[in-house]
Design a protein around this ligand. Structure first.
Ligand code: SF4
Length: 292
């Protein structure tokens, strides 16, 4: 039996940079993080032990003269305003790709502002997701968020549409939305501008993950219970390999799973964008050491 960890699984560079920033800044003194630094309980716990205290927006409003780290997802302008008012030093670990997208949306909003054209800035993303909250904030919360093609009825097709995407959405879904908007705007009476702002670091992840999953006999998918990205990617693995099992850590690996792994030749370990490499390595060791 060989156990291989998928080299494309795990943190993207935005999350890796945010975690490295947290580790570096913690050495200088007390540090808060606005929201979970990553959607993975084990990694949050590891950083918590190093002193990183996770806070929410209510805490931020009452905090004074402290240092607060902003995670890779980015934040709306209101967060920076609150920090300024409260004498909070911001350690900004927002991913540069997200900051660039925020700027594009802000520029579009400012160029349209006050023109009374009925133009709609539309964000394809998950309502309530931290990155989407940050993007909506660039438009003074006037942007329309669509979660899927089924939400397109929210739009007025007779008025201009400027479409952007949350960085982690699926390219195929984005393209389908673009085609549907074009179809509904078939009469061509108003403008439709679209920007594929899906992050290249994750855009081909599904394809690569499925190639990995189908090249193994048993796949152990390691992901956080709270991570929606983990659930989606797990199901993509399952589509191509019915022997895919979801675990949060080595503690979830039952005797039955271990025996299944040891009956086959190739075991693959993979995970979500929020799964730390060390967790996948722990799972690997746990499987390899069984019976020794
Ligand atoms: S934009 Fe890309 S690199 Fe940055 S945090 Fe999102 S997925 Fe990661």
């Amino acid at each position: 039996m060989t156990v291989t960890i998928d080299e494309n699984s795990g943190f993207c560079f935005g999350v890796t940079t945010a975690i490295e920033t947290a580790e570096r800044e913690l050495k200088k003194g007390s540090l808060y993080c606005l929201g979970d630094i990553v959607h993975n309980g084990q990694e949050v716990e590891r950083l918590d032990k190093l002193g990183l205290e996770t806070i929410d927006y209510d805490d931020l409003r009452t905090l004074r003269n402290a240092r607060v780290l902003l995670r890779a997802h980015g934040e709306p302008p209101s967060t920076y305003h609150i920090a300024k008012q409260n004498g909070i030093e911001i350690i900004d670990a927002s991913c540069p790709v997200v900051l660039h997208l925020q700027k594009r949306i802000r520029d579009t909003y400012q160029s349209l502002h006050g023109k009374n054209t009925g133009a709609q800035i539309v964000i394809f993303g998950k309502k309530g997701h931290a990155e989407v909250i940050g993007l909506e904030g660039q438009t003074n919360n006037t942007a329309i968020v669509i979660e899927s093609i089924n939400d397109l009825d929210k739009l007025d097709f007779s008025k201009p549409i400027y479409l952007f995407s949350q960085t982690t959405k699926s390219v195929e879904e984005f393209e389908a939305i673009v085609e549907e908007i074009k179809r509904r705007k078939a009469k061509g009476e108003s403008l439709f501008e679209y920007h594929n702002t899906i992050c290249r670091n994750v855009a081909n992840r599904v394809k690569r993950l499925q190639e990995f999953a189908s090249s193994n006999d048993v796949v152990i998918f390691v992901g956080g219970q709270k991570s929606s990205n983990a659930k989606v990617l797990y199901h993509h693995c399952l589509e191509v390999n019915s022997c895919t099992l979801f675990v949060s850590s080595e503690a979830d690996i039952t005797q039955d799973i271990l025996e299944r792994c040891h009956r086959v030749e190739r075991v693959g370990i993979c995970g979500a964008t929020s799964t730390p490499k060390w967790l996948m390595e722990n799972v690997k060791k746990h499987i390899e050491n069984y019976g020794i």
